[in-house]
Design a protein around this ligand. Structure first.
Ligand code: HEM
Length: 209
């Protein structure tokens, strides 16, 4: 599925140059990630709860490794606007409900290949990727409910992270990024290269067993 439909986006936000560049320059990386077997399997008729559990465990291994760097040393004003966007705790909640024997987040294997996030621009490039996953999450959670039935709903905390506020949160993130980066070419390039690296690291991590 191509992340091209931004029909819901108010026009002022469509014009944000950093967000437009992110969308264009990462679309190949997004398509590549969607082809990853862990994700493409989501749409197969014989998809199993075990595979879903494995995917959430892999996401946990990635998000819990990268989020501390994304949210490190943010200016207080930025931190206040972004702190609620962390998703590691939602993944912990899903994993604890997915019947993993002796589930203990502290002993799970975490991803050790994450992009270097040594500037605010690079931190925000990585956050763009993680935030964007809430958009596809709407489609995926609907698909999972159709496939497994309502019993799966309590384990969809990550995929339904903002509930019916997904679009509002994405719009707010657009404005935040536009305010910070529009018109700043060097920083925008840093944002974009960190986003592409983040997609690629996640893709690699999902291929690692
Ligand atoms: C099978 C898995 C996935 C599907 C089907 C999917 C689907 C989509 C769709 C349909 C959109 C566009 C939403 C809209 O404009 O209404 C989107 C956007 C996006 N997705 Fe995915 N996605 C998947 C996985 C992921 C993952 C795992 C990530 C990152 C962790 C991700 C990151 C993004 C980003 C960053 C955007 C925003 C693109 C923009 O700038 O507009 N996606 N995705």
């Amino acid at each position: 599925m191509k992340p091209a439909q931004d029909h819901f986006m108010p026009s002022a936000e469509k014009n944000s140059s950093v967000m437009a560049k992110l969308k264009t320059d990462t679309s190949l990386a997004h398509r590549q990630l969607e082809r990853n077997i862990c994700l493409s399997r989501l749409f197969q008729t014989d998809y199993t709860v075990g595979e879903y559990r494995y995917l959430i465990a892999k996401f946990y291994g990635f998000f819990s490794a990268i989020e501390p760097f994304i949210f490190a040393n943010l200016e207080p004003a930025n931190h206040a606007l972004l702190a609620h966007r962390r998703k590691t705790d939602l993944l912990v909640k899903d994993l604890s409900l997915l019947d993993i024997d002796n589930f203990n987040p502290r002993t799970m294997t975490l991803c050790d290949q994450i992009p270097v996030l040594n500037s605010f621009a690079r931190q925000m490039g990585a956050l763009y990727v993680l935030e964007g996953s809430t958009l596809g999450g709407r489609i995926i959670s609907k698909k999972l409910i159709d496939h497994f039935g309502n019993a799966i709903i309590p384990t969809l905390n990550y995929y339904q992270s903002y509930g019916d506020k997904v679009i509002d949160e994405w719009s707010a993130f657009h404005r935040f990024m536009a305010d910070r980066f529009d018109g700043k070419e060097i920083e925008t390039n840093e944002v974009v290269s960190a986003a592409i690296e983040t997609f690629s690291c996640l893709d690699q991590w999902l291929q690692t067993s």
